[in-house]
Design a binder for this molecule. Structure first.
Ligand code: ATR
Length: 287
């Protein structure tokens, strides 16, 4: 006999390779529990060469009856390629992180940029009242940040990167509001910027960070980092010592999860202090 509770449980996943480090099950588990929803969100390890099959089974409903899920490294680009319906954000980015089934088709969006701006909106309202933003780094994470800043209406987005070609690629992808610079131009580009975003791995897991002089930023500028382990990164600490407001990157992770939860489980959840503490405690336990 089929267990009726089992058939009523809404199931979603996060897949990546490796996936054991993912904090997404904790985040969604917290919201499911809080809203008392009969749902399940599980981590599934899928190597790159099996991802295509995973998507086929998701579409056919033969891998456990999932309604959708998240994809993370290394599958974000492949998710974009194999999804049936990409929204505008994904089409431009070339990478998806949130999937859901609709009429037998896999739909895809990318919520990283939403997570980035929603975190700033929650923790430093008014951060977007600036004409000039500086984004340090031009990797995968930088793309979503640049796209989100442009979509928010920031007039000039200056991408500074060690490898200039990658910054130029972002400029070509996202258009006339985006400017590319080499690392040497950092001080000059900082002049008058009201927002500084670190999207590089500098400071992650205790890696060394060169000193940064923020004094040319606009008065009242905000410095944020998408690295969240450690929570108060070396870049944020330097900015605080120099008198600037800072926003840590944990909220980006928490907020990017909200639209997916709403799609699969039918309710837009909140990022509250208890959830933040829950994840901070987990970071303290496991790093
Ligand atoms: P992700 O997808 O997480 O953004 P990534 O694609 O490897 O990761 O990008 C990492 C970013 O950190 C890049 O902008 C990288 O600069 P390069 O494009 O020149 O590689 C930047 N980065 C990493 N280590 C750095 C360092 N020591 N100094 C300056 N930039 C660094």
């Amino acid at each position: 006999m089929v267990d009726s509770r089992e058939t009523l449980t809404i199931k979603a996943f996060v897949t990546g390779y490796p996936i054991s480090h993912s904090r997404s099950p904790l985040i969604h588990g917290y919201w499911l529990n809080k809203a008392d929803i009969a749902g399940n969100y599980e981590a599934i390890s899928v190597p790159a060469e099996s991802f295509h099959t995973f998507m086929d089974q998701l579409r056919a409903g033969t891998n456990g009856g999932f309604v959708g899920g998240n994809v993370t490294i290394p599958h974000k680009e492949a998710a974009f390629r194999f999804a049936d319906r990409n929204d505008e954000i994904v089409e431009e980015l070339g990478a998806a992180n949130t999937l859901w089934l609709e009429d037998g088709l896999i739909h895809a969006t990318n919520t990283d940029g939403y997570g980035f701006t929603a975190n700033l909106d929650q923790r430093h309202p008014g951060w977007d009242k600036t004409d000039r933003a500086l984004v340090l780094g031009a990797g995968g994470a930088s793309r979503s940040v640049v796209q989100a800043l442009r979509n928010r209406g920031i007039s000039e987005i200056h991408v500074v990167n060690r490898t200039l070609d990658r910054a130029l690629e972002l400029r070509d992808r996202f258009g006339v509001k985006v400017f590319a610079h080499p690392l040497l131009a950092l001080q000059e580009v900082m002049s008058g910027a009201g927002l500084f975003v670190n999207t590089t791995s500098l400071g992650m897991d205790g890696r060394k960070t060169p000193p940064i002089d923020f004094s040319k930023l606009k008065r009242g500028a905000v410095v944020t980092d998408i690295v969240y382990v450690p929570l108060n990164t070396p870049i944020l600490q330097m900015a605080q010592k120099q008198g600037f407001a800072t926003v840590d990157g944990l909220g980006m992770l928490l907020h990017q999860a909200r639209p997916g939860f709403e799609k699969w489980f039918g309710r837009l959840p909140e990022v509250d202090d208890t959830l933040r503490k829950h994840i901070i405690d987990d970071i303290a336990r496991h790093g």
